[in-house]
Each structure stands twice: as structure tokens, then as C-alpha cells.
Ligand binder design. Sequence first.
Ligand SMILES: [Zn+2]
Length: 412
Amino acid sequence: MTAFLSGQNGMAETLISAALLRLSLDRPYLTAALWSLRRIPTEEVETMAVDAHWRLYYNPVRVVSDWSCEQTAAVLYHEICHLLRDHAGRAPASVAGDTQAALQWNLATDAEINDDLLAEGQPLPGSPILPSTLGCPDSLTAEEYYARIQKQDPQPPSGVGGGQCGSCAHGVMEALEAVAATSGITGLPEGEDQLVRHSVALDIRSTIARRGRGTLPGGWERWADELLAPPKLDWRRELASAVRRSLAETAGRSDYRYARPGRRQAAMPDIVVPGLVQPVPRVAVAIDTSGSMGHDDLACALSEMAGILKALGLREGVTVLSVDTAVHTCRNVFDPRQVKGLLRGGGGTDMGVALAAVESLRPRPDTVIVITDGYTPWPVQPPQGIGRVIIVLTRPTSCPTPSWAKVIQTKP
Ligand SMILES: [Zn+2]
């Protein structure tokens, strides 16, 4: 029996890998999400389910005997839609501890996904829940379907795509997840899911840039637009004023610098002639990665970070630090996509540590931007030798901020 199962498991592994490969060839912009799934073979699940921590449970015997590669790909696509659309995070509070409400929300989210998938020609196996199954029109949100089916008796569950998709749909821990505990397979670390979404959204943006708008199926363009909401702040203006300040401070010697040879250099090879340089601000950005920074705070940090890079021009780059009570990473970044891999932390908060680290950078930045939820102590004195400190608050807070910094609210 064990040999049979391990043979089945090998076949199921191959089937799932082939289905994932097929999906990522068809929809390359979903690749970051597809390969973030962590697989757990188990007979505890009917066919397939995914939990809110991106763990994929599959029944090796049933998957191989019931589904083709195309159908497996369609089911995986369905589950990825739950995760990317953050159905667990969007679930109403009432689903906690109420299995009936959790089932209704799962059905509502399935209806939200499946009309899109059918329009894309995805061959979902079994009888997937559609808006019409719930007596509703197509193209509504899960929240709208949920409100409409409140008074209905939930449909009898019919597997994945039919109200039994795992906690990826509602966030309520299920008995199945005990299998993960015993297998020792952990899910995505806290906050990493938001970074995967961000990375997928950036890949969608670059696909649109290549292929043009209206070329991606399934509402992904709108989804990416919403996720990558433009930065709230006008970084071009903020950083231009930082340049003006640093120019004013070094008035009289800022027009000519020895940074690169002047045009007359060739004629006078032994003397370094000052060159006229266009000053750009040296910018460091410290991102608060403490435990109190939630999904929205990180999304805000990433979108402002993209705005900062755009305003500076990618050529210059920005030093990015991820800091909770310690500096976890410090790197020069040229592309918003690089930021994802840098964010580490999850502990307490002390942005004074970030400022001390920036003070010791060489060359020293002209401007430091700290992106934080504000739940942090600040030093009494500003960092030495740095022209400007800008604190960007990702949410309204009554916590005190230092008078020596410019404080900007992204959500007044
Ligand atoms: Zn589902």
C-alpha cells in the first residue's frame, strides 16, 4: 500500500508540476504566485484545497484518477485567484467560529472567481459554483454575492470550486491544517503574501506595457491597477525641494564639482578640472518592518517606494533599509521589484536604529525617508549631517513625531 501510495504521489507531483508549468507558460505574470505554493500530499483532503498560508493540500490518488492536466491547471488557477484576491483577508468578521457563514463566504468567493474562469475557457472539473447557481448576476464582488445569499441555505458542498476550497477562501483554520502541523511544512511567512501580490501586479504592469491594455484576460489589469494604487505623495516635488535645500547649503561651490572630469580635461591631462554636474539627491529609505506593520501599511510602503524610484530616475537608485529594532537589510535598489526581497523583520520597532544606520552610510545621504505606521520611539536629536528627514506615516496615528522631521500623512 505504501509503495502504491508513493507511486501515486510521484504521479500526482508530476501532474501538479506539469499543470503549474502550463499555467505559468500561459500566464507568465502569475508565475511568482504559482511557485509560492507549498505542496502537502494527504488523503485527508477530498481532492485539493489551499490554506490561507499558501499551502496546497492534494489527494494524490484522487487527483491523478479524476483530473486531466488541463483540469488540474484550472483548479490551481482557481485557488491562486482566492489567494491573490485576498479572500481570506476580505472575509467578514462573522465567518470566525461560524461554519455556516464561512461556507457562505466560500460560495460567494467561488462565484466571484468562477464566472471569470469560465469566460476564459478554464475546464473546471465537477460542478463549480457560478453566480447563476446562487441566483445572482455575473461580475459582482464576493461581498455583493455574500450579502445576497445571506438568507439562503448554503448549497451542499461539492469540493474545490464549490464551497470547499480551504482557508484560502475564508481564513478560518480547518481540521485539514493539522496535517500541515505534523508534516512540518510551514506556510508563507507573515507579510510575504502581500509581497507576492505586489510582485504579480508589477509583472502584470510590465506585460501590459509590452502587449498593450486590454490584452490580459480575467480582470487582472484592473486588479493590478487597484493593488498598485499610485503613490499618495508627489515625490518629484518632495525630492526637488530636498535638492534645492542641499544646493542652498553649499551655495557657491555646488556648480563645479570634481566628481567627473570636465570637457577641458583632455587638453590638461595632469590636472583634474572641475566638471559641471547636475546634482541629484542621495536618498535613503528606511522601511519599518516591525510586527505592527500590516498588509495595508506594507502596500503603502511599496507604492511610495515605487514613486520615490520613479521620481529619482532608476539610474540613480536608492539605499533601502528594512528595520524593526535592528537593521535586517541595507541595499542599493534600482527597481521597485527589488524591494520585495529586502523586507525582513517582524519584531518590535525603533526607527532611531534606522536613523543611526543611515548616519553611518558613506557617502552620507542628503535625504532620509522613513516609512512607518508611527508606533516607534524617535531620538531627541536629528541624525548628524543629513539635510532632511521625511517621515511618511502609513496610517493616522496619535503617536508623537519629532519636530526636526517633515511628517507626511498618506491617509489624513
Ligand atoms: Zn474556491
